[in-house]
Design a protein around this ligand. Structure first.
Ligand code: MG
Length: 261
């Protein structure tokens, strides 16, 4: 318990350094150039055609994302450590992310990664691209990996399966993590940013002050349909330029939400 006037750091861990801004972000396809789960499915699982067919069912509301995603991952039976090796060799970091990461740390803008993927994969990719110390400093809220019933290790054939973060239809409802910050009294509430590329980012984006939606991706269309203010980005150098202006007081979040460029 904090003293009166201190934030509850258990529910609001990103407030630890008393930031004026917090940057929430998706991982796959946003911080990385490719989606790691799609990559595994397409190359060592049931393949791209079946994945896209299954995604349509989700988009048309015939089934929950979490069930489709579970089925997709269950088609990957490669030992987990081999999956990580494969992803490290094939998934590239966004070209501007490293510079954004260092700027954010120097300017007390905590980065919180909210992902519908699996934390050990995300940590392994960050360690590969940023080094262990910097990777360890990132807060990641995501799903876990567990040993499949009847197996003894995630690193054996068919040995792993996803362990979901919560009971929501997405497996991980990203808005749950953001809401306690969004609901802070106005004089204590930091400005909240969010960056993403897909449909699971929409509920999260609605809680924040400015959404960066990846140019050319589905999220742009959803935002227009649902009237969520946003701006687009091609890579994190675009995000850095805008966030810098806002932090310096030269641009308001309202004026930054220019929509599709
Ligand atoms: Mg994504």
């Amino acid at each position: 318990m904090g003293s009166a006037g201190s934030p509850d750091l258990a529910a609001l861990p990103a407030l630890e350094t008393r930031p004026k801004f917090i940057f929430f972000t998706d991982f796959d396809g946003t911080i990385t150039q490719q989606d790691s789960n799609d990559f595994m499915t397409d190359n060592i699982g049931f393949g791209a055609a079946k994945r896209k067919e299954s995604n349509k069912g989700v988009l048309f509301g015939q089934r929950d994302f979490r069930d489709a995603f579970q089925e997709m991952l269950d088609s990957v039976t490669t030992p987990f450590d081999h999956c990580i090796d494969l992803l490290i060799r094939n998934i590239a970091l966004d070209a501007g992310f490293r510079a954004f990461f260092h700027w954010a740390r120097e300017h007390n803008v905590p980065i919180v990664v909210l992902s519908g993927g699996m934390e050990p994969i995300i940590r392994a990719l960050f360690e590969h691209y940023l080094g262990k110390t910097d990777a360890d400093s990132l807060r990641i809220v995501s799903n876990a990996v567990k040993v499949r019933p009847g197996k003894t290790s995630i690193n054996e054939e068919g040995g792993w399966t996803i362990s979901y973060h919560d009971d929501s239809g997405f497996g991980h409802d990203k808005s749950l993590e953001i809401r306690p910050y969004a609901n802070l009294p106005a004089d204590e509430r930091p400005i909240l940013f969010y960056a993403g590329d897909g449909i699971s980012d929409l509920s999260a984006a609605k809680e924040t002050d400015l959404l960066f939606a990846k140019a050319g991706r589905d999220l742009v269309t959803y935002c227009e349909r649902e009237n969520v203010p946003f701006t687009t980005f091609r890579d994190f150098s675009d995000i850095l330029a805008t966030v810098k202006d806002i932090v310096a007081g030269d641009l308001s979040v309202k004026d930054a939400a220019t929509g599709r460029k």
